[in-house]
Design a protein around this ligand. Structure first.
Ligand code: SAM
Length: 222
């Protein structure tokens, strides 16, 4: 099997599970080979998101970032490689993925916990200058309703940065997400800083046989 076919079999295994328990088990299976398989399918969505947002982020030793659904720590690594010098905490529900992230030595604190829509994050309110979630706003991953909880963890003026894959399967999820964001904008809770289309996977994906794109969003908490 070609490299990218092997990679897609892992990606599809985690993306097409129907409940959190099965998805979590799929991530546990994938964790030891996650970085290699994501490279095999040309996963560039986290790097692209960091590129869109890096110049907007407060970057000094006092800056506090929360990496939501941190996985194996790729997004934090892209921030460090781009020159981010602040503190990074990570929250991730899969122990095997988080164990790899911790070993990268990029995080001050990590929390092995599921992010849900009906209870707050395990962090104090108004702590962070930046919250980033790469590759995790999709069905059966982060629930759209966790956004108010992430916002609570941000300081006023803090940035919420995330991407969301553009696929037929994710279109309903994305519509609900956009409705919630529009509501929060209309209530003056957040404002849109930028929305851009970025590459997500560079090899052909299962749904339409084309490289996948995503929207990259940056919102500011008001
Ligand atoms: C595609 S990976 C992306 C990881 C990382 N952000 C990156 O850019 O490489 C998605 C991660 O989200 C985690 N995840 C999914 N749903 C979650 C939830 N509700 N709470 C916390 N972590 C979650 C998964 O365990 C997995 O590690």
């Amino acid at each position: 099997m070609a490299h990218e076919e092997v990679g897609w079999s892992y990606v599809n295994d985690v993306v097409y599970q129907n409940n959190p328990k099965d998805r979590n088990e799929a991530y546990s299976r994938m964790a030891p080979v996650y970085d290699v398989q994501m490279k095999n399918v040309g996963s560039v969505g986290n790097r692209g998101l960091v590129k869109v947002a890096f110049h907007l982020v407060k970057n000094d030793e006092t800056s506090q970032m929360l990496d939501v659904a941190a996985g194996t720590g790729w997004t934090a690594e892209h921030f460090r490689d781009s020159g981010y010098v602040g503190q990074i905490d990570g929250i991730e529900m899969n122990a095997a993925m988080l164990d790899i992230a911790r070993k990268r030595g990029l995080y001050r604190k990590t929390f092995c916990q599921e992010v849900v829509d009906d209870s707050p994050l395990p962090v104090a309110d108004s702590t962070y200058d930046v919250a980033i979630a790469a590759g995790a706003f999709l069905e059966n991953h982060l629930p759209q309703g966790c956004i108010p909880h992430i916002l609570r963890a941000l300081k006023p003026g803090g940035l919420l940065i995330f991407n969301c894959r553009i696929t037929e399967k994710n279109s309903k999820y994305q519509m609900i997400l956009r409705d919630l964001l529009a509501l929060l904008v209309s209530e003056n809770t957040i404002e849109l800083v930028t929305e851009e289309k970025i590459d997500f996977y560079q090899s052909s994906c299962k749904e339409d046989g084309k490289p996948m794109k995503a929207f990259a969003f940056v919102y500011r908490k008001l």
